[in-house]
Write a protein that binds this ligand. Sequence first.
Ligand SMILES: Nc1nc2c(ncn2[C@@H]2O[C@H](COP(=O)(O)OP(=O)(O)O)[C@@H](O)[C@H]2O)c(=O)[nH]1
Ligand SMILES: [Mg+2]
Length: 439
Amino acid sequence: MALFSNLSERLNHIFSKLTKRGKLTELEIKEAMREVRIALLEADVNYMVAKNFINNVSAKALGEDVMKSLTPGQMVIKIVKDELTALMSSTNQKLQLSYNPSIIMMCGLQGAGKTTMCGKLGAYLKKSGKKPLLVACDIYRPAAINQLQVVGKQANCEVFERGTQNPVKTAKQAIEHAKKQGFDVVIIDTAGRLHINEELMDELKNIKKEVSPQEILLVVDAMTGQDAVTISESFNKDLDITGVILTKLDGDTRGGAALSIKAITGKPIKFSGVGEKIGDIEPFYPDRIASRILGMGDVLSLIEKAQEAVSEEEAKKLEEKFRENSFTFEDYLVQMENLKKMGGINDILKMIPGAASKLKGVVIDEKQLAVNKAIIQSMTREERLNPEIIKASRRKRIADGSGTSIQQVNQLLKQFEQSKEMMKQLKNNKRGMRGMFGR
Ligand SMILES: Nc1nc2c(ncn2[C@@H]2O[C@H](COP(=O)(O)OP(=O)(O)O)[C@@H](O)[C@H]2O)c(=O)[nH]1
Ligand SMILES: [Mg+2]
């Protein structure tokens, strides 16, 4: 995900000038701060937020310990990173889930991603052992209930609906149902409007009053930039929300909303939506987002993704295979599937520190991976397990079967041998594969 790539690039440029020098003068730091401020404003960061941010960073960066240090540039970057993190941090970033059932009410404008997020959150909570019930309280659009049922099915969560009955009544009945049936989280999907209006707020206030949710989560579209901040402010004023979920962070968003919402409303961003699929949800970790903005990569998210995609047992088995040098094309296929689960090789590379700038412009060819897959699928099981038996006539058959050329088959076989060589060396590395993929 090219999260805030523009802002990232700008900041990287400013900081690379700083780190190239040894000592920094006050003037140089001030000039850099001026540039950072412009970069933030261009990324749609609220101007008061940008101003306070620069004041805080400057006060620290102009301190004696920075000015006297041998690597002042790096110290300034560290200060910026810490301040960015602080800007988005809150003590109540986690969901309040200790009630039985805990009630989460979603709200927001039309199209923000509420219904989608109900499903994502349901699936996410289910993974952590919860039993969520989704409740359809958007009664105005005929397709809304059906849409919730579709995502509910994907999330493997029950959906409670009472058609176009008054949404307050439906919500209350859903909570009764949850108590009887042992659901421990109730996620209420509400109706949005194109713009904030009294009718919408009254309806939401009513639901709030009658069901007393522990969480009122405002779903906002990150692509709306400064508007996202204004919208958050006004929902917060009327509903005293407990947090924000920023959706569409996978899009070409400039970052302003993520950086401003907490500072302006005092309410934390708790989750982000990073795609249209049910699994495209991430808890919002301010330090990781700050690292990503600064192009330092997001190693923690990467490790978590790897852990999700590869079970510990699987990782152990892999490690053994490498040790015994019995890694086959069958395993290769499994690994390609794992990579896909992790969101594609290019997304992964972007999260590795330094990779973003070094690999700029380089795109790993996902098509090549698809070609490799086709070739392997055209092999017999015996061939996959013992690639050394793949001689000329077999190569031709495989090429024909997969719609590729003999050269392409040769190339893959050679690559495979080379990777095995590399893996042999890797196995001498103490951490081994489990260090990379295990818990
Ligand atoms: N790219 C992307 N699209 C999203 C995300 N969340 C929701 N959407 C899309 O945004 C549109 C509106 O979502 P919906 O859940 O119906 O919004 P609602 O009106 O607030 O309930 C749908 O087409 C979703 O697929 C996200 O995180 N990333
Ligand atoms: Mg909806």
